[in-house]
Design a protein. Sequence first.
Length: 731
Amino acid sequence: MPIQLPAIDDRDHAALVRDTLALAAVHAPEWTHTGPSDPGVTLVELFAFMAESLLYRANLIPERNRLKFLQLLGIGLRPAQPASALVQFSNEAGERKTITLPSGLPLLAGAIPFLSDTGLDLPPVTGLVVFKRVVGTPDPALLDYYRQLYEATGRDFSGSDATVEPVLYDSVQLADLPGALDIGAETVDGALWIALLSAPKPSAADLTNARAELAGRTLSIGLVPQPPETRARIQPGRPAMPPPALSAWAPKADASGHGTPGEYRRLDAVAPTGFPEQAGILQVTLPASAGDIGTWAEAEPLEAGVGELPPQLTDEALAARLITWLRIDGLSNAGVQLAWAGTHCAAVRQRSRVSRELLPPGDGSPEQRRRLSHGQVLAESMQLLVANQAWLLSDEIEAAPAEGQPGAKVFALDAESGEIRFGDGARGARPPAGNEIAVRFDWASGSAGNVAAGAIKLGPTLPPGVKLSNPRPASGGLDAESAADGEKRIPLVLRHRERAVSADDFDAIIRETPQADVGRVEVLPAWHPELSPGLPGDQPGVVTCLLIPRQDPRRPDYPLPNADFIDAVCAYLAPRRLVTCEVLLRGPAYAGIWISVGIELHAGQGVAEVRERVKAALKAFLAPLPNVANDASATGWPLFKSVAALELATVAARVDGVLGVTGLLLGDSSGAQRDNVPLVGLQLPLIAGLSVSLGDPVPLSDLIGQGTGSTDGGTGTPTIRLPVPRVPENC
């Protein structure tokens, strides 16, 4: 039997009035008129109201004691997490010189403040990101024409005696793509090209000045990936995500265009941290001499954009503004799908900064406590001075040495509430009486920082003419944990003690991950998705975790974890697992199914309303996330369970207003009719098409319609692939 919290007194206002009037009949029998209009009854009701308030406060004493006991455990609530984004700057209307922007730059998205994490050089140039997209199915006659044309020139583009096979490409701007770019599959050379352009309609002096401003400067290139798979792997003794090897190259030519076409110099580059699991900044330093910044002189018409040369700029206005090219290699080898890229970018986080706040001075007493003006503090930003001496933040103040010993000047922080706690003298030092206590910290606003693309556009301290914007939405912001959620987490923390050993430990720790709003976790011990076609239990030393976020704006019905989600869980889980355990983090693999239902209705029922109820019931039954609002024990569609047509028909028949089910047709992802659709591994059902009709069900062929199919334009592997720009038919 569960422990019940006792109530000191459970009487309410009506009971107090009733009991008082009953006692009045005993002690004052002459008082016979006890109706609502009697003044004595009014006084009784007034005192009952006051007594009820006192009883309410008295009943809070057990609750207060319970919360105090929980507080003594030292398990605080999780604070709000800041949102992060990339911001792109431009110097189009300002002075035509390089501006160096510092880190910690205040920015605004409306009233929501952001601060930049990194500084950057902002030269008076713009970057145009392009790539060489392979022409899918070129006309064989056109390819043969190009082959004969280049053979007739006698030019050996391959540098050897090997045969040359032209591969046609189009120069495409990355900003023109509706989705992400698979660099390895869609580009002809696996490279990303960035054209550095001067201001429109430049003179020779303008181009010379732009090169001088670029000399020795570092370009901050923002890269926003969209991973091809929602997965992560934590191997024993290895980091969770090995970074890719990125390199940057520039033409080995001077400002006058002299140099060997196709020859490049490697530039110093600092790879982005956490890439490609999250967006990052690639820092590329240009040559120190302005004379080394340029591109080759105008090539022959048949050589422009061919082979290793940069993409051809067909727009004459853009070609006139070209200063030099940058080529970024290594993205294709890392399997990166690039959602966005641009120059002059900085990483920003949503946070408000308190530069200096004076707290009540020290009083010399043990375990002094101070409260900051704001909660939701970012612990890594906390700086505290006592009498102008720095004290260190510690999460184990009880283990600190005694006062007067080295390492005793420490303090503890409850980041959620903003409370600071000092030692008692025997364990940690005490601020002496009268000593000034000053703090500097940042605090976050939680999910309010997840602003849309283009919302960050104000910088109060930016130089004149400098503009900014965030090309992609900010993400990662989470609100602070509520007291109710914190109480539910305490038994789990006490059980697993921050160590992932059992399946329940993995589940509990993953759900505690900051910056990851986890909706569902499935822990599969001793199971590997690539090696285990069967059920869990045949691969010792491996733990596979299926992760589904609670919300996904792009796919609300079938959410998938994005890169930031997987990376947050990876970083939080890695130090808490056993070093001999290999952990695989995976998102679900949705398998499409087609459902066509025929129903009969009870008399008087609305067809449209019942039809929508049947659709909603089937969607809820097959949903990947648990429907906690209707069933607290729900877990979502189980893994390794097949979808059966009879089971779906039973669900439809139970819907209010349905008299019976005349038939149910179930199809697999290809549209073939099945009695049941098996699901293996991490597959979960995805309703590709759903039809509910009166009478007989709609045939699956009518529901699916005509498919587009797929084409494979492979023509064999050529000996030497020669990228050739496709010339438009109409010039």
